[in-house]
Design a protein. Structure first.
Lengths: 114, 116
């Protein structure tokens, strides 16, 4: 069945370091891919998404490219800030907006130290 | 952006009791609400989907008599864990979806349930 695998954390980086959080997926057909972020004590927030192969989602300096050939959707940011400390979830859905079949990764905790 | 709240944020109960968790969409009407469960260091797993005014659709393996879901209004859904046991201890997250500009899932902050 459909599933998402993302790198385990926790990840600790110094401010202004480069961030990569790996995410790969298993799915039939053409799912949509998402990255969600969860700040301490808050709900999940949509960070970015891509709905078809080769699409690049971007937001707040974060980017991820939908790579069908490698079934990946790695999250990157060139220079992280302390305020980026949060848990990041990769997810896929068969339908971009209904989310009736959302599959989440286990989450990767990121801590950025000054 | 759209805000979804959950209450309570944490609850501790004794085995055999029932616990109700509320999920509210604060600034939009949620035609559909979703309930997820997250075990430590595991993915969020969809438990059920509910549309306002109709019965919830449960995912395979989720006991509908144990996890009662009510979506009586466009801003409120409740999840009741009946006769809770320690294995029901988990993090429960709801999400809500509306229409138009709210046609995506907005997640609540989650409820930590601990059953003693």
């Amino acid at each position: 069945g459909d599933s998402v695998t993302q790198m385990e954390g926790p990840v600790t980086l110094s401010e202004e370091a480069f961030l990569t959080i790996n995410c790969t997926y298993t799915a039939t057909g053409y799912p949509s891919l998402f990255w969600y972020v969860q700040y301490p004590g808050e709900g999940l927030q949509l960070l970015l998404k891509a709905t078809k192969a080769d699409d690049k989602g971007s937001n707040k300096g974060f980017e991820a490219t939908y790579r069908k050939e490698t079934t990946s959707f790695h999250l990157e940011k060139g220079s992280v800030q302390v305020s980026d400390s949060a848990v990041y979830f990769c997810a896929l859905s068969r339908n971009a907006n209904t989310g009736n079949q959302f599959y989440f990764g286990t989450g990767t905790s990121l801590t950025v130290i000054p | 952006g759209a805000v979804v709240s959950q209450h309570p944020s944490r609850v501790i109960c004794k085995s055999g009791t029932s616990v109700k968790i509320e999920c509210r969409s604060l600034d939009f009407q949620a035609t559909t609400m979703f309930w997820y469960r997250q075990f430590p260091k595991q993915s969020l797993m969809l438990m059920a989907t509910s549309n306002e005014g109709s019965k919830a659709t449960y995912e395979q393996g989720v006991e509908k008599d144990k996890f009662l879901i009510n979506h009586a209004s466009l801003t409120l859904s409740t999840l009741t864990v009946t006769s809770a046991h320690p294995e029901d201890s988990s993090f429960y997250i709801c999400s809500a979806r509306g229409q138009g500009s709210y046609n995506e899932q907005f997640f609540g902050p989650g409820t930590r349930l601990t059953v003693l």
